[in-house]
Design a protein around this ligand. Structure first.
Ligand code: C2O
Ligand code: CU
Ligand code: CU
Length: 493
């Protein structure tokens, strides 16, 4: 049975309070818009299919040995045929399910027309050799064998992988190249079902091919017209009342900030990015900037609801007269991500979440160096007409070493943003502890591997350069900004 619900139909049904039968009649809609009308589903697209799960590849005996091909792929998005990019033909690619101490071998085959490579975002692994090495470039038609070794104490959490070839990252991720990585907990947390929700956005042209981005869109950071969950447009998830599920949510959007809400249901945050909170945090809203992930328990209430992302004001790319004086704000808009339908017999309550070890707190550590990183958008380095995206006044140069740190040391970095737009700052290999925001000390222990630095604001982070030496990068995770040069190199030695 197909449930093609266009935005218009949904509004009409919602307005009339009609009860529609779906999924073979097992579930009833308790009004289609308990949390407001569905938004962000353009005319001509359908929605409401059951949420699917990407293929899962699981390590066995401490090893995951897999092939990963990056290539053009055919997809059906919102009922329409689309030509996208995919890992192993999927949108998203397979979910890698790992454990601390695992070895992961990935034979990457580049079936694209352009160079690519692979980054395992957030994994605490070596950046050297055939590890998570950003200097690796895989030409069209070529292959490369990556190998990652997760330390025995690797934190559990949600991670992800995507291409990282400088200059093409935004286009390749926007086209569909991303997938989730889950590192399992040591002691399982009881749930009735686990789901991965990879959230991405994309724009398709009339022929179903992925639309390119204009210079102005790249400057702002492109936001796709369609916001997808596991490659699907506004799919449906079905739960029984009181049922507790675990959702692993990835923000794989090139630039879009997510402010997730699911009103009427209980959300318990287990962690953001890597590691665990000591005890779950009860939340109403989860903010994920590009690259962030959330690990969350969802306990359904009695009524159906809409999983939404609310508009977020990222500010303005001040372009002066260069781009025709455009000063459009990148505010995004409220978007329906999925419908959660509740029906059937109430589920029995599950055991409380076991208390987790307290996260490391670097506020008591000796800081061996303090640095400042300044994020700016201004005239290009060579005075050209394109806007330049810089860190400490410099655009990315892979041949230049920007920051050298002592392996094993703890540093404090002040991230300053003098521009009119937010920049989500990401460091590879080592997560960051936020110790102050806007000059005020952070009272909680907050870890992220992507930290938002608000327009005109500043954030201080502490970083422990533990376990690995080697060279890698940090950058703005608005991938258009990264491609435009807002990236630097770092060596731990
Ligand atoms: Cu998710 Cu350097 O990237
Ligand atoms: Cu990364
Ligand atoms: Cu940026």
């Amino acid at each position: 049975m197909t449930r093609a619900i266009t935005r218009r139909t949904a509004l009409v049904l919602g307005g009339l309070g009609v009860v529609a039968v779906a999924g073979g009649g097992a579930l009833l809609w308790a009004g289609l818009n308990p949390a407001g009308p569905r938004t962000g589903i353009p005319d001509g697209f359908t929605s409401g299919d059951d949420l699917s799960q990407p293929t899962e590849l699981r390590s066995t005996g401490g090893l995951l040995d897999m092939a990963l091909s990056a290539a053009p792929a055919a997809a059906t998005i919102g009922g329409r045929a689309a030509s996208v990019l995919g890992y192993n033909g999927g949108l998203p690619g397979p979910t890698l399910r790992l454990r601390a101490g695992d070895r992961v071998r990935v034979a990457l085959k580049n079936g694209l027309a352009d160079p690519t490579n692979l980054h395992v975002h957030g994994l605490h692994v070596s950046p050297e050799g055939n590890g998570d090495n950003m200097a690796v470039m895989v030409a069209a038609g070529e292959s490369f064998d990556y190998e990652y070794r997760l330390p025995a104490n690797h934190p559990p959490g949600v991670y992800w992988y995507h291409p990282h070839h400088h200059g093409t990252v935004a286009d390749q991720v926007f086209g569909g190249l991303y997938g989730a990585i889950v590192v399992d907990d040591r002691a399982p947390i009881e749930t009735s079902r686990e789901r991965v929700l990879v959230i991405s956005d994309i724009t398709l042209d009339g022929a179903g091919t992925v639309a390119g981005a204009s210079a102005a869109q790249r400057m702002q950071g492109r936001e796709g017209e369609l916001v997808l969950v596991n490659g699907q447009l506004a799919p449906t998830l079905s739960l029984r009342p009181g049922e507790r599920e675990r959702w692993r949510i990835v923000n794989a959007c090139v630039s879009r900030y997510l402010r997730l809400r699911l009103d009427g249901h209980r959300l318990q945050l287990l962690g953001i990015d890597s590691g665990r909170l000591e005890k779950p945090a009860e939340v109403d809203e989860i903010v994920l900037v590009p690259g962030n992930r959330a690990d969350v328990l969802v306990t359904s209430g009695s009524g159906s609801a809409i999983l939404r992302t609310l508009a977020y004001d990222r500010g303005t790319a001040t372009s002066g007269g260069m781009m025709g004086g455009s000063r459009q704000r990148a505010t995004g808009s409220d978007v329906t991500l999925a419908t959660v339908m509740v029906g059937g017999d109430p589920a029995a309550a599950l055991a409380a979440v076991p208390r987790q070890p307290a996260p490391t707190d670097l506020r008591g550590s000796t800081v061996t160096a303090r640095r400042e990183l300044d994020f700016a958008m201004g005239m290009g380095m060579n005075g050209g007409s394109m806007m330049g995206f810089t860190i400490n006044g410099q655009e990315f140069d892979p041949g230049r070493l920007d920051t050298t740190v002592l392996a094993g040391s703890v540093e404090e970095w002040t991230l300053r943003n003098g521009s009119g737009m937010d920049h989500p700052f990401h460091l590879h290999v080592w997560p960051m502890q936020i110790v102050a925001q806007g000059g005020a000390a952070e009272t909680d222990v907050v870890w992220r591997d992507v930290v938002n630095v608000p327009a005109g604001g500043q954030v201080a982070v502490r970083i422990g350069f533990a376990d690995f030496a080697g060279r890698t990068v940090y950058h703005c995770h608005i991938l258009d900004h990264e491609d435009a040069g807002m990236m630097g190199t770092i060596l731990a030695r």
